[in-house]
Design a protein around this ligand. Structure first.
Ligand code: ADP
Ligand code: MG
Length: 389
């Protein structure tokens, strides 16, 4: 699965060689969970699993896009974008909302999106928390930039991808996923300020592996819990404003002020907002540990994050706790925590690369004997963001 297979699928489908190939990665988030919607700091890294797109300008005015992983194609042009239909009148398949949404967002920004022949395929697992959707969006945004002859920065393309996902696909996501896919750097984590969108690359030594362990639990109806948490944060800001009139979000509350005022909050709101305030503090702290190459201490911040998500934010489940506890006892593991919204999904583990093979085997066996479930485990490294190959 790489650029060669994108090329050969393109030739099979269109009968000629593609003009360009792009690779756009998925991502993991190392620290900073449930803080993006509080104007906080997050710490994602792009990974070495990616979407590949092979493409050429089309001689027609329709884009013909083939999703190799679904063995389906969609044909659409600008005229059909608003109705989410194909040129033959049939509805766009769900996966095609991502490329069509990117086309829509680019057009809204006044950018040209020439018709293309394209095939794309990916080894980012779908719906597992590694942001396959953002990798697809960043692949298409760069593809249209390549054909359109305009230039936007990676961060600007990320914002356009987010707009596509929010307003065309209809998924209420933050900027982190597209940001990491667009702006990633090999052997670096990216500390992103979700308020100012400023970011800094921090070193992740090559000797360390980013291991993602999927509990295989998929909870439906978690959007209620998610909205609930967001509301708790907003509610807390309203209450704290009586004492701290200058704050706009939990980002603006120092730990000292929070500790001083915690008693004035209802207990549930105190737990929720303490997680956010302390988690933003942990991401801040992580800069100096990563700059110093101190993975031990950085890993401890990940472990603390898990406890906070479990006990204060209350978004863990027994399977996530089991995966984390087993991992933390294994050799070579610096830190482990649940990642993503919670209630299922994955854990992220920072593991000495030399130990990663044994780590994966022991974690899989330990988790299976505790839960009866066989986990999916992905050993990744921090990689570059979306690029023309
Ligand atoms: P994730 O956490 O992986 O981003 P999402 O639910 O946000 O999960 O996005 C998954 C959706 O993105 C898929 O259902 C599909 O519509 C689209 N997608 C992702 N990868 C591919 C792919 N390889 N081919 C076609 N569509 C894809
Ligand atoms: Mg997604």
């Amino acid at each position: 699965m790489d650029m060669n297979s994108a090329t050969s699928h393109f030739k099979d489908r269109f009968g000629y060689s593609p003009a360009h190939i792009i690779r756009a990665p998925g991502r993991v988030n190392l620290l900073g969970e449930h803080v993006d919607y509080n104007d906080g700091l997050v710490l994602p890294a792009a990974i070495d699993r990616a979407t590949y797109i092979a493409f050429s300008p089309s001689s027609t005015n329709h884009s013909t896009i083939m999703a190799v992983d679904f063995d389906q194609q969609a044909v659409f042009s600008l005229e059909e974008l608003s109705t989410k239909t194909q040129s033959n009148g049939s509805p766009l398949p769900e996966w095609a909302h991502y490329p069509a949404g990117v086309m829509w967002a680019l057009r809204e920004a006044g950018l040209t999106t020439p018709a293309m022949d394209a095939v794309f395929l990916s080894n980012v697992p779908r719906g597992s928390g590694l942001s396959s959707s953002a990798s697809v969006e960043m692949a298409f945004a760069l593809a249209w930039q390549t054909l359109g002859g305009w230039t936007r920065s990676p961060l600007e393309r990320a914002l356009l991808g987010q707009k596509a996902e929010n307003h065309y696909v209809g998924v209420h996501c933050g900027i982190m996923d597209q940001f990491a896919s667009a702006c990633g750097e090999a052997n670096k984590a990216l500390m992103l300020d979700c308020r100012s969108l400023e970011y800094r690359a921090l070193p992740l030594p090559e000797s360390v592996a980013l291991v993602v362990a999927d509990t295989t639990i998929r909870r439906k109806l978690t959007s209620g819990e998610y909205n609930n948490r967001r509301n708790a944060c907003e509610e807390t800001v309203k209450l704290l404003k009586e004492h701290l009139p200058g704050i706009a979000s939990l980002r603006d509350v120092s730990l000292e002020d929070f500790d001083r005022l915690a008693d004035t909050l209802p207990p549930e709101l105190e737990r929720r907002s303490r997680h956010v305030v302390e988690e933003i503090g942990r991401v801040n702290q992580s800069q100096s540990w990563l700059d110093a190459g101190d993975l031990q201490r950085f890993g401890q911040l990940m472990n603390q994050c898990h406890i906070s998500l479990r006990d204060l934010y209350e978004v863990s489940i027994p399977e996530l706790d089991a995966m984390v506890e087993i991992a933390q006892d294994l050799r070579g593991c610096y830190g482990a925590r649940l990642t993503g919204a919670g209630f299922g999904g994955c854990t992220i583990n920072l593991v000495e690369r030399e130990q990663a093979g044994e780590f994966v085997e022991r974690l899989a066996n330990g988790y299976e004997s505790k839960t009866g479930l066989r986990p999916e485990i992905y050993v990744c490294r921090a990689s570059d963001g979306a690029r023309l190959l």
